[in-house]
Design a protein around this ligand. Structure first.
Ligand code: HEM
Length: 503
């Protein structure tokens, strides 16, 4: 078993390694297969961008991802399909239980989605990126190439808001640091300190994950790959690995009610502009300029100092256990509690045992939150619509504007990563011992299954009871979504051959 083979970057789709900030234009084409043979012919030679660094930087990039419906439409052998994860095979909008867990109820109900449910589950997503002014020609060229095999069901056009999401906050600051060099030791015991470094296998299939295991993925007998297109599995060298160098891609279209967000905060702040900004920052966990509310040293961030970008992500919540600087339920604290497997404490066997048994009451909240390292997401989203024009005062944004985020995340395990975060941390009304609230940005505000409210938000105060916001309306609405497989490039070529159709 050649455990430490280096990563075949030329086989990995570049989106795993690059966010393409220089490619400011992008659109996502959602396609249906209309002629399987012609569709396969295009997939066999589609100009997919790899993860090898290019110098100069590329002018355009293209990525291809497929849903399980897409694999069926391409007539991939049914037994091969079932070797993918259950969530992928079922699809994001497949059943009421999943919808409830993900918070896709009420206004988020898949029955109201623009795409992603019923007949409008895409088969293939073609993600196109280009330098400013170059997208139209690039898109035309690709559409001409794939027109024989596919029909377009939706075009998701993005907008360049210069790194700021529509509510007005700098986004894309915190990302897991992927261990491309495979230097991080495979962990089989508790990790005592939070680390931003993640094992490659948390994101790329075919490599060890944070459990030191290989996430299940389709492995095939070599007879099913007579051309030897696929890499061999590291953990089973007699098998061809259809998953290696690929991952799952979660795409959700999230509409943001910018007007509603700022008006509500204005109402809560009774027109006090300074308080309105502070409440908004408390909900996000960062100020608009990206500065975290918990400073790297554990001190509150200095209001006047301009944020140093390199410093924006170098913190944990260990010094703020009560949430006095960053509320426990703030968006970024829910999305990444930055904790280790055990609550913090001194070294030594006794202390460790004490913490393992949960006797460390000072860190009870941390104890109520699962270890972060098994639930990281690599975000690759883009914004759509106009956001808030900086010249407008916050409360004057036009109502009903179509703006928001195409949330994209890449993971090796949809259930343990995206679905866990979305259900336990975004929608969970008991996160970190809180009650009556869900994610302040993303919550649907409907009562939870136990009929408790979820429309509150608590901001702990040093000198008294929590400041409690209640009756928050919904700010973010899901308008579409799907689970995709973003294959390694060799796997994509394999799926395009008739060998993937089986006997
Ligand atoms: C319209 C919807 C959303 C908005 C406006 C939004 C906004 C933000 C902002 C402003 C940040 C701080 C910037 C940063 O740390 O990079 C952030 C961080 C983050 N968000 Fe969201 N977000 C949205 C949806 C989601 C969803 C659906 C998820 C996952 C299910 C998510 C997961 C994360 C994660 C993992 C971080 C980084 C946290 C950290 O590592 O500290 N976000 N988001």
């Amino acid at each position: 078993m050649s455990q430490n083979r280096s990563v075949e970057l030329d086989d990995v789709q570049g989106l795993m390694r690059f966010g393409y900030k220089h490619l400011t234009e992008a659109c996502f084409l959602l396609l249906h297969v209309k002629d399987p043979a012609a569709a396969r012919a295009w997939l066999a030679q589609a100009p997919v961008t790899s993860a090898v660094k290019a110098d100069p930087l590329p002018e355009t990039a293209l990525h291809v991802a497929l849903t399980s419906e897409g694999l069926r439409a391409l007539e991939v052998a049914p037994d091969l399909l079932t070797r993918f994860s259950d969530e992928f095979v079922a699809g994001m909008a497949s059943d009421a239980a999943r919808a409830r867990r993900l918070g896709d109820i009420g206004a988020n109900d898949p029955r109201g989605w623009k795409w992603g449910a019923g007949e409008r589950v895409p088969h293939v997503a073609v993600l196109l990126y280009a330098r400013s002014g170059r997208l139209a020609a690039w898109e035309q060229e690709i559409e001409a190439q794939c027109g024989a095999g596919f029909v377009r069901i939706e075009r998701l056009s993005t907008s360049d808001l210069h790194g700021v999401e529509p509510f007005g906050f700098v986004d894309g600051i915190s990302q897991p640091h992927i261990d491309w060099e495979r230097k991080r030791p495979v962990r089989d015991q508790d990790q005592l300190e939070y680390s931003n470094v993640s094992c490659l296998g948390e994101f790329l299939l075919g490599y060890p994950n944070e459990y030191g295991l290989y996430t299940p993925r389709p492995l095939l007998t070599p007879q099913r790959d007579p051309g030897g297109l696929l890499p061999r599995a590291e953990d089973a060298p007699d098998q061809a690995d259809l998953g290696r160098n690929g991952c799952y891609l979660v795409l959700r279209q999230l509409h943001q009610d910018v007007q509603g967000f700022w008006c509500e905060l204005d109402r809560q702040a009774e027109g006090n502009a300074d308080l309105r900004e502070r409440l908004a920052a408390a909900m996000v966990g960062r100020k608009k300029n990206g500065e975290p509310l918990v400073a790297p040293s554990g001190e509150p961030a200095d209001n006047d100092a301009p944020a140093q970008r390199s410093n924006l992500n170098n913190f944990t919540y260990e010094t703020d256990p009560r949430g006095l600087h960053c509320p426990l339920g703030a968006h970024i604290r829910r999305m990444n509690p930055r904790n280790a497997d055990l609550p913090g404490g001194p070294g030594g066997i006794l202390s460790r045992l004490w913490r393992m048994l949960g006797f460390n009451t000072a860190t009870l909240q941390q104890d109520l939150v699962a270890s972060t390292r098994f639930h990281r997401l690599l975000r690759r989203g883009r914004t759509f619509g106009a956001g808030v024009a900086p010249t407008l005062s916050a409360t004057q944004a036009s109502p009903g504007v179509e703006t928001g985020i195409y949330f994209i995340c890449l993971v090796a395990n949809i259930k343990r990563q995206f679905e866990f975060v979305q259900s336990a941390w975004v929608m969970g009304s008991k996160f970190a011992g809180l009650t009556g609230e869900s994610d302040p940005l993303l919550g649907h505000r409907l009562p939870d299954p136990g009929d408790s409210p979820t429309d509150g938000f608590s901001i702990p105060q040093a000198d008294g009871p929590d400041r409690r916001l209640t009756g928050l309306p919904q700010f973010v609405t899901v308008q579409g979504g799907a689970y995709f497989f973003l294959p390694g490039i060799r796997a994509l070529r394999y799926l395009a051959t008739t060998n993937s159709k089986g006997a």
